[in-house]
Ligand binder design. Structure first.
Ligand code: ZN
Length: 225
């Protein structure tokens, strides 16, 4: 579910913490925050996938139409449901935590197709869309703002210290030294800082009270699938 702001242009942000933050999605590390912390993907994501696999195997072994088959089918469906609920639970808690900490939360608009090509099946397991929908909803309730910036250029290979852009950065490189200013950049943290910098720049360009202008948008579908 995507909650769309009904009064775009009418600032409804409550500035409680005065803080904004940029976030970068990853696989092992679910979120890296520009403010010096990261959130690991919970272990139950992986465990639950194994549980479903096991239940699915049992289901396929039973004779079709038999009582055992039906029972295995129900078992599999229950496992699925458990996972979805567990994950949602975790997403809600995380959404509340982050909106307690920050007034403005900045993300890059994600391209799920592109990410799937790059990372494979796991992207859908992480259910990024579900999380962003929940975050959007919680933020709106609490008068906080979720901001999406267009991926204006690869946020990973731009130095967040000096703006130097690498011509190439392999996905396997987790840390890199900037040839221009010499700073050591952690790939994900650097990206999240860039996302914040870019979002803030765009906000100040269009004025902090006018939302939904320029290349910063509020409450739009986070992901183009
Ligand atoms: Zn640099």
């Amino acid at each position: 579910m995507v909650v769309v702001a009904e009064h775009v242009g009418e600032p409804i942000i409550k500035f409680e913490t005065g803080k904004s933050a940029g976030f970068d999605f990853g696989l092992k590390t679910f979120l890296t925050c520009s403010e010096g912390f990261s959130i690991e993907s919970p272990e139950f994501f992986k465990q639950s996938i194994n549980l479903v696999r096991k239940a699915s195997k049992q289901h396929s072994r039973k004779v079709k139409g038999s009582r055992n088959h039906e029972q295995a089918r129900l078992n599999l469906a229950r496992k699925h449901e458990d996972i979805v609920n567990q994950r949602k639970d975790w997403f809600w808690k995380l959404a509340h935590e982050l909106t307690d900490k920050f007034d403005v939360l900045c993300f890059e608009t994600l391209n799920l197709k592109g990410m799937k090509r790059l990372w494979g099946r796991k992207v859908s397991d992480l259910a990024l869309r579900d999380f962003l929908d929940i975050l959007q909803w919680v933020a709106q309730k609490k008068g906080k703002q979720v901001v999406y910036i267009d991926p204006w250029h690869p946020s990973s290979k731009t130095c967040s210290c000096c703006g130097h852009v690498l011509s190439n950065l392999d996905l396997s490189v987790r840390r890199w030294g900037c040839p221009s200013c010499g700073s050591e950049n952690d790939r994900d943290e650097n990206a999240s800082i860039n996302i914040k910098i870019h979002a803030e720049r765009s906000r100040s360009r269009v004025g902090i009270s006018t939302l939904g202008l320029g290349d910063v948008r509020q409450a739009e579908p986070a992901i183009s699938a």
